[in-house]
Ligand binder design. Structure first.
Ligand SMILES: *Cc1c(COP(=O)(O)O)cnc(C)c1O
Length: 427
C-alpha cells in the first residue's frame, strides 16, 4: 500500500481480505483466543510468535485500523488506545520514568497540559514548558541531562498555534531524544509530522479521524527511525533486558522499527489496559475511509467562516492560521499547504454579554465542548469550561470572556455564515 496516494490509503490500507473473506474489517468481539497447545500460547507470551491471546493487550480489529493509521502517517508501526489522553500518556511514559524530564511546547491541549504538569509530575516526571515561538537558543536551554522527550501539537487545541516541527525535531535530535507530535487537528491528510522529523505521532482519534462524534479513541504511531541503541543510557526500558519478559531487550530483538510499539503494547498495555474496544476501532475505520474527502471541506468551511468574521464590525479579532494576517500564516503555509482544520476562534467586541446572546441565537451550530466532527459546534469558554475564572484570569489565560471557539463541520458554508450573521445581528 505504501506506493499509493493518501486518499487510497484512507480507503483501503490496513486490511486486505483473502478469497471469500469479509470486505469490511471484521469486529472480533472476543476477549480471548484459543490455542491447540500450551507451547503455541507460550510462544506468544515470550514474544517469540505474533498472535493474540487477550484483548486487554491486542485485538485483530484494532490492529487493522492501527496498520492503516501507520501507513497514513508514513510510520513503521502503530497501536490504538482508549482515548487521546491515553495515547499521549503511553507515548511519553514508554520512554520516561521517575526522574525523567520532558520539554514541551506550552501551547497544547488543556487535558495534555494537566496530564504532563500535574499527573506525570506525581510520578516524578518533570516538565519544562517552552513557547512554540521560542528561538533555537531558548529551546536548547530547556534541555537537561535527564530530558527524555520533546512534545508539541502540530496545530494546538484551542490556541491554534502552528508548531515549527523542524525546529523542535532538530533540538530533540541534538540532545539525543525523540520528538513526539500530537497531530490530532490536521490529521495525516493535511500534515505528516514524520516527514518533517518527528519520531512519534499521537492522535485523539475522537476528533477528525472518527469525525462523526461517535467513538472516543487514540492512536500512537512510531516512525521507526529513532535509534534507541545509539542513546542506550537514556532509554533503559528499550535498551536493557525487560525482566517481566524473560530478559528481552526490545531495541535488540525488534529493531528500530518494532521496539517502541512492541514495548508499549507488551508492557504498558498489559499493565494499564487502556485499549480501544474493537467496536470503537470499527467505527473509527468508517471515519478514516472518508477522512481525505472530509478534511478539505472542514478547511474550506473554516477558511470561509474566518474570512467572514474578520470583516464583521462586532468581531474584534479572528484567530485562524489560514488568514494572511495570522501570526502562524507562514508556518502554516509550510507545514499545512492544503490548510489545517476547521476550528476557528474569535472574540466578540461586547465581551461576556455579547457572547451569551450570540450563543443563544445560533441555530445550526450547537453548543458543545467537542470539536472536529461533521456537525458545526461552538463554545464560549468563559461561560462553560473556564467559568470558575475571573475576568482578569480569563484575559491572562488568553481566553477573554467574549471568545468563541467554533468547529466548522461539513455543512454548506453559506448556511454556516447565515447562522453566524443572524446570531451576530441579535447581539
Ligand atoms: C481532544 C484532544 C486530546 C485528548 O483526546 P481524548 O480522545 O479526548 O482523550 C489530545 N490532544 C488533542 C490535540 C485533542 O484535541
Amino acid at each position: 500500500m505504501s506506493e499509493y496516494k493518501i486518499s487510497t490509503k484512507c480507503v483501503q490500507a490496513g486490511y486486505t481480505p483473502g478469497n471469500g473473506e469479509p470486505r469490511q474489517i471484521p469486529i472480533i468481539q472476543s476477549t480471548t483466543f484459543k490455542y491447540d497447545t500450551s507451547e503455541d500460547m507460550g510462544k506468544l507470551f515470550d514474544l517469540e510468535a505474533s498472535g493474540y491471546f487477550y484483548s486487554r493487550l491486542q485485538n485483530p480489529t484494532n490492529d487493522y485500523v492501527a496498520a492503516k493509521i501507520a501507513q497514513l502517517e508514513g510510520g513503521a508501526a502503530a497501536m490504538l488506545t482508549s482515548s487521546g489522553q491515553a495515547a499521549n500518556f503511553f507515548a511519553l511514559f514508554n520512554i520516561c520514568e521517575c526522574g525523567s524530564h520532558i520539554v514541551s511546547s506550552s501551547s497544547i491541549y488543556g487535558g495534555t497540559f494537566n496530564l504532563i504538569s500535574v499527573t506525570m509530575a506525581k510520578m516524578g516526571i518533570e516538565v519544562t514548558f517552552v513557547s512554540p515561538d521560542c528561538t533555537p537558543k531558548e529551546l536548547d536551554a530547556a534541555f537537561r541531562d535527564n530530558t527524555r522527550a520533546v512534545f508539541g501539537e502540530t496545530i494546538a487545541n484551542p490556541a491554534l498555534t502552528v508548531l515549527d516541527i523542524e525546529k523542535f525535531a532538530k533540538a530533540a535530535h541534538e540532545h539525543g531524544v525523540p520528538l513526539v507530535v500530537d497531530n490530532t487537528f490536521p490529521t495525516p491528510v493535511n500534515c505528516r509530522p514524520i516527514e518533517w522529523g518527528a519520531d512519534i505521532v499521537t492522535h485523539s482519534t475522537t476528533k477528525y479521524m472518527d469525525g462523526h462524534g461517535a467513538a472516543v479513541g487514540g492512536a500512537i504511531v512510531d516512525s521507526g527511525r529513532f535509534d534507541w541503541m545509539a542513546h542506550k543510557d537514556k532509554f533503559p526500558g528499550l535498551c536493557t533486558p525487560d525482566e517481566s519478559y524473560h530478559g528481552i531487550t526490545y531495541a535488540e530483538k525488534f529493531g528500530k522499527e518494532g521496539a517502541f510499539i512492541t514495548k508499549c503494547t507488551a508492557q504498558l498495555m498489559r499493565d494499564l489496559g487502556c485499549i480501544q474496544s474493537p467496536q470503537s476501532a470499527y467505527i473509527l475505520n468508517l471515519g478514516l475511509e472518508s477522512l481525505h474527502v472530509r478534511m478539505p471541506r472542514h478547511v474550506e468551511n473554516g477558511q470561509a467562516v474566518a474570512q467572514f468574521l474578520e470583516k464583521h464590525p462586532k468581531v474584534s479579532y479572528v484567530n485562524y492560521p489560514g488568514l494572511p494576517g495570522n501570526k502562524y500564516y507562514e508556518t502554516a503555509r509550510k507545514y499545512l499547504p492544503n490548510g489545517g482544520c476547521g476550528v476557528v476562534s474569535f472574540e466578540l467586541k461586547g465581551g461576556r454579554t455579547a457572547a451569551e446572546s450570540f450563543m443563544r441565537n445560533l441555530k445550526l451550530a450547537a453548543i458543545e465542548t467537542h470539536v472536529a466532527d461533521a456537525r458545526t459546534c461552538c463554545l464560549n469558554p468563559a461561560t462553560s469550561t473556564h467559568r470558575q475564572m475571573t475576568e482578569e484570569q480569563l484575559r491572562e489565560a488568553g481566553v477573554p470572556s467574549g471568545l468563541v471557539r467554533m468547529s466548522c463541520g461539513l455543512e454548506d458554508k453559506e448556511d454556516l455564515i447565515a447562522d453566524l450573521e443572524h446570531a451576530l445581528e441579535a447581539i
